[in-house]
Design a protein around this ligand. Structure first.
Ligand code: DX5
Ligand code: ZN
Length: 215
């Protein structure tokens, strides 16, 4: 399969960030996925800049930040300053998405765009060339541990076609309800990156769970 596996630290023990990071550092995890929630764009509050900075101090792996926040433009430089490598903003949160993407890339970070389950991939046709990554939400954003939405396979297939048709280099990331039961099919449809929270952290062995997701 060879997907990039990005464990979501939303499900980790925040009292032990160093130990949790060590476990991920020693595992086959490729990236750390960090879910920032503001209680406005999504009905939950998770963590913000100081926690990203703490993880930056604990790993050299890629920090993949998923900003589930209103007005992400206001914080682009702050995300860069705490060590973010990839910043993904929501299509539904950006009035001027092209401007936001350019602002992210100007800092040197990679730019991603996330789509809620109700947003069709065709909405990205005019901007797919400018983005490094598309994150398809396979649950409604806001909480870990939800069930995978089956329509995601169709969206991944459609996005793969759009990327091929436009010769874009964007990677496809899937976030929400990812387990070993759907990882292989997602990968076959065209997914490049699999985010997994509860299926990694709520298991006896984090590293075995990550290895299993690699396929
Ligand atoms: C949901 C988050 C996800 C979440 C995934 O809003 O974006 O990254 O942590 O968690 P699981 O794998 O438990 O669905
Ligand atoms: Zn996420």
């Amino acid at each position: 399969m060879n997907s990039i596996v990005a464990p979501s630290v939303l499900s980790c023990d925040f009292a032990n960030i160093q130990q949790e990071s060590n476990m991920l550092n020693e595992s086959e995890a490729d990236w750390f996925h960090l879910d920032v929630m503001d209680g406005v764009f999504v009905p939950n509050i998770s963590f913000g800049l100081p926690i990203i900075k703490a993880f930056r101090g604990c790993t050299n792996k890629t920090l993949d930040v998923h900003a589930m926040i209103a007005n992400p433009d206001d914080y682009v430089d702050d995300f860069k300053a705490v060590g973010t490598d990839i910043l993904t903003v929501h299509f539904e949160a950006c009035k001027h998405l092209h401007r936001t993407i350019n602002a992210i890339k100007a800092t040197g970070m990679k730019a991603g765009v996330a789509l809620n389950p109700h947003t069709p991939v065709a909405m990205l046709e005019s901007i797919i060339h400018d983005i490094d990554l598309v994150l398809i939400m396979s649950v409604n954003p806001g909480f870990g541990g939800q069930s995978f939405i089956d329509n995601t396979y169709t969206k991944v297939t459609n996005l793969k076609k759009l990327i091929a048709k436009t010769n874009s280099n964007a990677l496809i990331e899937i976030d929400g309800g990812v387990t070993t039961a759907n990882a292989e099919k997602l990968s076959r449809c065209g997914a490049d990156i699999l985010v997994a929270g509860s299926s990694v952290f709520r298991t006896p062995s984090i590293s075995e769970a990550i290895t299993a997701l690699h396929g």
